[in-house]
Design a protein around this ligand. Sequence first.
Ligand code: HEC
Ligand code: HEC
Ligand code: HEC
Ligand code: HEC
Length: 135
Amino acid sequence: MKTITLCTIAVVLSAGLCFTASGFAGVADKGPDTMTLATTIDKAKKPKPAVFPHAKHQEELTCGTCHHSKDADGNKIDYVDGQKIEKCELCHNKAAGMPKKINSFKNAAHVKCKGCHKSKDKKLAKCSVCHPKKK
Ligand code: HEC
Ligand code: HEC
Ligand code: HEC
Ligand code: HEC
């Protein structure tokens, strides 16, 4: 049985929330409920972390809407239940030679996140939905 300590992952969890999840065969680790997504590789001069209510999206969408992996030749493999889920920027970074549209966390996220938001409702594609202004 695998044990994953979520406090070791590099996402900002609200109020230092730390817990341990035990994964049973067939039950996918659903990851954190909410995250602050921030690139660590291709950083902009002015960081713009994005808020992401993960659990809320999981209610409506399948895991494979966002998660996938790649084979040894670098081709995309569709999501399969129980697969290892890696950080987007592990593959989507400027050194990895991806197509320009998706060659960084920012670009891949904008295609995926902003793309869907725009198709649902123009207001959901406003920068401040994901990049709230600091108070
Ligand atoms: C639906 C969500 C969403 C919307 C809408 C959105 N972004 Fe983003 N954006 C992200 C995510 C996720 C990232 C990846 C996090 C990162 O790069 O640190 C990101 C990354 C960025 C980055 C790089 C930040 C960094 O620290 O390197 C910039 C700059 C940016 N967005 C600007 C914008 C602007 C300007 C708009 C509006 C025109 C916008 N974004 C709209 C989700 C969104
Ligand atoms: C709307 C897009 C979206 C959907 C749907 C989604 N996720 Fe995620 N998930 C993400 C993003 C973005 C991250 C953060 C990745 C990163 O930090 O680069 C993440 C992170 C995770 C992580 C933590 C990985 C780590 O170690 O940082 C797990 C586990 C996970 N998701 C599982 C799931 C499962 C299981 C489902 C389906 C029940 C699911 N996700 C549905 C976008 C999504
Ligand atoms: C293990 C490597 C890997 C990880 C991790 C990964 N991707 Fe990808 N992704 C790929 C590959 C390979 C392709 C296909 C690239 C091509 O078309 O040349 C791709 C394609 C895409 C595309 C364009 C095609 C499509 O499906 O819409 C988007 C957008 C995308 N990824 C977003 C993400 C996001 C967001 C995450 C994190 C939740 C993520 N990727 C995690 C490897 C990865
Ligand atoms: C396939 C569609 C889809 C994808 C992909 C997607 N979203 Fe969303 N997102 C939605 C919809 C639809 C809503 C509005 C849901 C609601 O208000 O109930 C939403 C709402 C949100 C909200 C606002 C939540 C609130 O409480 O008002 C944020 C922030 C957000 N998404 C960030 C992201 C980020 C960041 C990503 C990429 C990592 C992402 N979304 C990917 C469809 C999507």
